[in-house]
Design a protein around this ligand. Structure first.
Ligand code: AMP
Length: 217
């Protein structure tokens, strides 16, 4: 199964992808995670992406399309979930072209819907441990000792792109450049709309019901 998961930053795409990976035996391909790995490894692509990422802007399409075409080509036959890609109509068109050249297509697109105000609260309150990667939230998922990781006592950090001014910019970028991708897919693929403002387990259960119904068709 080849799935595209759409939704604003902070809609919970990563969380939902994790549960779908085991259930449907697909690989999670997150453009944001791949870019963060490139940065951590100090590659040329990572350096080129850095300023765009830290200011909430999109990395240029040509860099992203090349990077994700490579990831898709290496994905297993059982399929993948694309998370954070495509983020522009141009990226979606390029993805479709590259899949069509192998006689393939996206099977289903899932759009996670959520209000900006909920996203602002979720993202700006998020903290993470630089050592083990554990995620916390200043209101909803507090560590035992304020500002310290429960696992290793490390000082918790806020990702540069979770700062309020950057989240605001990322949401603007989303509405301008990524929301039109939903319209694009409505003309070219099967799109499932899911309410992502409720608890993650509820979103996941709904998503699985919808995908099961589709797979069973
Ligand atoms: P994410 O973790 O998916 O929110 O991505 C973090 C940042 O990486 C974004 O704010 C962008 O700067 C960049 N990025 C990730 N995916 C893409 C994409 N498909 N196109 C352009 N930039 C991207």
């Amino acid at each position: 199964m080849r799935v595209v998961l759409l939704g604003a930053p902070g809609a919970g795409k990563g969380t939902q992808c994790k549960r779908m990976v085991d259930k449907y035996n697909v690989q999670h391909l997150s453009s944001g995670d791949i870019l963060r790995t490139e940065r951590a490894e100090g590659t040329e692509l990572g350096a080129q992406a850095q300023d765009y990422m830290d200011s909430g802007r999109l990395v240029p399409d040509d860099l992203i399309v090349k990077m994700m075409a490579g990831a898709v080509a290496k994905a297993p036959e059982s399929g993948y979930i694309l998370d954070g890609f495509p983020r522009t109509v141009n990226q979606a068109e390029e993805l479709d072209k590259s899949l069509a050249s192998d006689g393939r297509m996206i099977d289903v697109v899932v759009n996670l819907q959520i209000d900006d105000s909920i996203i602002m609260e979720r993202m700006t309150g998020r903290r993470s441990c630089p050592k083990c990667g554990a995620i916390y939230h200043v209101k909803n998922l507090k560590p035992k000792v304020e500002g310290k990781c429960d696992n290793d006592g490390e000082e918790l950090m806020q990702r540069p792109d979770d700062k309020p001014e950057v989240v605001k910019k990322r949401l603007e970028t989303y509405h301008e450049q990524t929301e039109p991708v939903v319209g694009y897919y409505k003309q070219h693929a099967c799109v499932l709309e899911v309410d992502a403002s409720v608890a993650a387990d509820e979103v996941g259960a709904k998503l699985v019901d919808m995908l099961d119904a589709l797979v069973g068709c």
